[in-house]
Ligand binder design. Structure first.
Ligand code: TXA
Ligand code: MG
Length: 338
């Protein structure tokens, strides 16, 4: 497995060539995007996409996001309505994925879209990923580069720890600046619907649309392969430690995930302490979230308690991921998520 160190602003051509060659021959490559690291494969090759599911240990063939170099490239694969046009214009390249009707002539394979008539597309802002898509001349399917149900990878080392043996290599561009997955917006109905909150806030999206969008009624709807009982939260983004939310006081044996200038009562007793943003900045907190969870988990604490985080801006996405990290686990819970 190769580890290609690159400058995120000016990625080395020789490294990109090797990575593009690996992708073109059906191998898997760990790739940096502005949101999280992706596990990339040629989205036009069912054999290559099958390796993604195998490597992630994903029992269901959930649909994958295909990454393309530009909005023009995206138009070759999907039909854009006026809302999709406005969102693409405003937020691509960037941390937003659009779910759109798939064109019959799209080369994206059925395994990448799980046989749906729709396709999830994203134009990433990360230079390396854009250049790879251009160089291979193919859309690149890339779910987050973590084993199924585990914390998403925001550094190349996370990718190697989780998936190293499966990869031809990983492009190491340092930590991901946004740190949380893209916001998924479905533009299939009259009212666009947010299927997964993410690195682009709902407020920003609604500003551009000029009206409110729907928000998927089922938490984790974007991640499930089949029907889910109402109100059930899927365990996902799960550290080894249990997770306790909205903690204002630290209990014995806990590690603390703090937010804002005032730590929770009893923080001096904590086994470990990480503050997502002492200034209470939600963008900074999103960027640190997955890394902080991994760091606290590595201390071996039985439980991680999390201070309350406001449900505004990127707080929606942060709280979504934390609720899923805290969701009940065990045999009755389907952890077949990405
Ligand atoms: O930021 C991101 O989005 C990262 C980076 C690597 O780009 N990718 C990512 O992909 O999070 P993944 O596979 O972990 O999440 C893709 C989500 C899944 O929840 C899947 O169910 C949803 O997109 N999805 C894909 N195609 C869809 C479709 N046609 N309709 C509804 N949801 C879809
Ligand atoms: Mg994922």
């Amino acid at each position: 497995m190769r580890r290609w160190k690159i400058d995120p602003k000016n990625p080395d051509g020789a490294c990109l060539n090797e990575a593009a060659e690996a992708l073109s021959t059906g191998q898997l490559v760990g790739v940096p995007t502005e949101t999280v690291y992706g596990l990339a494969a040629d989205a036009t090759s069912p054999e290559a996409c099958a390796k993604i599911f195998q490597a992630k240990g994903r029992p269901h063939f959930n649909p994958l996001i295909s990454h393309v170099e530009s909005a023009e490239a995206a138009r070759r694969h999907a039909v854009f309505n006026a809302d999709a046009d406005a969102l693409a214009q405003a937020f691509w390249p960037g941390p937003m994925t659009l779910v759109l009707p798939k064109r019959a002539e799209s080369a994206i394979c059925d395994l990448a879209t799980a046989g749906l008539a729709t396709v999830a597309l994203r134009v990433p802002a990360a230079r390396a990923m854009q250049m790879l898509a251009r160089q291979t001349g193919r859309p690149l399917a890339a779910p987050s580069a973590n084993r199924s149900g585990r914390i998403s990878a925001t550094t190349a080392q996370d990718v190697i720890d989780d998936l190293g043996p499966w990869l031809a290599g990983v492009l190491d561009a340092g930590p991901c600046p946004v740190g949380i997955e893209s916001t998924i917006v479905s533009c299939l109905e009259d009212t666009p619907c947010i299927l997964r909150p993410g690195g682009l806030s709902r407020e920003a999206i609604e500003n551009v649309l000029g009206r409110a969008c729907a928000v998927s009624a089922t938490p984790g709807a974007a991640e499930q392969a089949g029907p889910m009982a109402p109100g059930m939260l899927r365990s996902h983004y799960a550290p080894e430690a249990a997770v306790r939310l909205n903690a204002t006081e630290v209990q014995g044996g806990e590690a603390v995930l703090a937010f804002g200038p005032v730590p929770p009562a009893g923080a001096d007793r904590a086994i470990a302490f990480v503050n997502l943003s002492p200034d209470g900045d939600l963008v900074e907190a999103a960027a640190r979230l997955f890394c902080a969870l991994r760091e606290l988990d590595a201390t071996g604490a039985d439980r991680i308690c999390v201070q309350p985080i406001p449900e505004t801006g990127l707080g929606e996405a942060i709280n979504d991921r934390l609720r899923r990290a805290a969701a009940p686990r065990g045999p009755s819970v389907d952890r077949s998520l990405d």
